[in-house]
Design a protein around this ligand. Structure first.
Ligand code: XIL
Length: 378
């Protein structure tokens, strides 16, 4: 398809971008991003022409900030699915042991319904973002909570949610447990069985919703990436043999310019996941530009190139049906949080998303659009 707008890219810009990637041992040839500035179509509409559902995570408190209007415009224009960034996490829904607070979740569902967008509820069972009181529960209390929580939340939103991230990040090699499983509160109470139990409870509560197991860190070229891929595949084979009801596997895809990726290994692994019968979702895509040298233009080009190379590779896998970024604007990225910056050594002015902090399109937007245009239909 064709686009109006300025397609010219200065040769020096291309060379700098390519060299930047070379230094980091990154992907492929220089890519030219056409400016889609005059295009009225949103990313969701472009993705839909290939049978791909595009969207992003949203945090309802952003709607209340001064930029609320501009914030929601991005979603209305570009997103065809929303993920709750915080609203369905245990720390939000259960601030105290005897308090269920659905305020934020209700608001997010309302926003999505007003704009006819399906929702991914993120996430029912995860070791992070849990309230402190959970750590004081005995094993019986944890298994009871797991059952009750899944039933209560899924019943409340019956018919209003299409996708549920039922279990998030089950793999954690650093905990030294069998199967490289992460040893959070649910594992400590139930062992590996917490995963099957969560999915069975979810299927019982919502027989026709799409149940997702979501994981991180599977893409890199290092030993960690290899360990995550092998451990997750082994886990999925076990769960499949046990007939645990899982419909899709989500890959968070928080990428970094400073990391090296093995896209052939990652896509070969995605094919193996697909062979087991799972749909595949890219659930939290963004590109951390920390440690990348150069001015803003150089960083934006490198970020765009990483989006393009990653999406070009994964969209060749037909089982990939959903692509979502983690927020849409740099203004509201989780990388803008001071505590997160300190914990993860993130620069203070990160530019990880398709829109900048002033809600203007960046080259990453064009790169994503072009990756969808180049993708095979499914
Ligand atoms: C992050 C949110 O974006 C932050 O605002 C919050 O403080 C911590 O959680 N992987 C996940 C997401 O699955 O839930 C995380 O979201 C980002 C990493």
């Amino acid at each position: 398809m064709t686009h109006s707008g300025n397609r010219s890219v200065r040769r020096r810009d291309l060379l700098t971008g390519a060299a930047g990637l070379g230094v980091l041992g990154m992907f492929a040839p220089p890519l030219v991003f056409a400016a889609h500035a005059a295009t009225a179509r949103g990313l969701g509409e472009i993705a839909a022409t290939k049978g791909i559902l595009f969207g992003a995570s949203l945090a309802v408190h952003e709607l209340d900030r001064d930029h609320g209007e501009r914030y929601q415009e991005l979603y209305i224009r570009d997103a065809r699915i929303l993920t709750s960034e915080l609203e369905f996490k245990l720390s939000t829904l259960r601030p105290k042991q005897d308090v269920l607070d659905f305020h934020g979740a209700d608001r997010l569902i309302g926003f999505a319904a007003a704009h006819a967008m399906p929702v991914r509820a993120h996430t029912l069972i995860w070791d992070d973002d849990v309230p402190d009181w959970i750590h004081r529960l005995a094993p019986a209390g944890i298994s009871d909570l797991l059952d009750r929580h899944i039933e209560a939340v899924m019943n409340r939103y019956a018919g209003k949610i299409r996708y549920w991230d039922v279990v998030n990040e089950p793999i954690g090699p650093w905990d030294g447990k069998p199967g490289n499983l992460r040893a959070g509160p649910f594992y400590r109470a139930l062992g590996e069985a917490y995963i099957a139990r969560a999915f069975k409870a979810a299927r019982a509560a919502a027989p026709s919703d799409i149940l997702v197991l979501n994981e991180a860190q599977c893409e890199t070229a290092d030993e960690n990436g290899e360990t995550f891929r092998t451990s997750l595949l082994t886990l999925l084979r076990r769960l499949k043999d046990e007939r645990v009801p899982i419909d899709a596997i989500g890959f968070q895809s928080h990428l970094k310019l400073a990391a090296r990726y093995d896209l052939p290994a990652f896509t070969a692994f995605l094919h193996e996941v697909a062979k087991l019968g799972f749909e595949i979702h890219i659930t939290e895509l963004d590109v951390n530009d920390s440690k990348f040298p150069g001015n803003i233009a150089a960083r934006d080009r490198a970020v765009a190139q990483m989006y393009r190379a990653y999406l070009d590779a994964v969209l060749k896998v037909e089982a990939v049906k959903v692509v979502e970024t983690w927020q849409l604007s740099d203004a509201t990225s989780w990388m803008n949080d001071r505590a997160t910056q300190a914990r993860m050594a993130i620069r203070s002015d990160p530019r990880p998303l398709p829109y900048d902090a002033h809600f203007q399109r960046k080259p990453a937007w064009d790169a994503i659009a072009e990756a969808f245009e180049a993708a095979p239909a499914r």
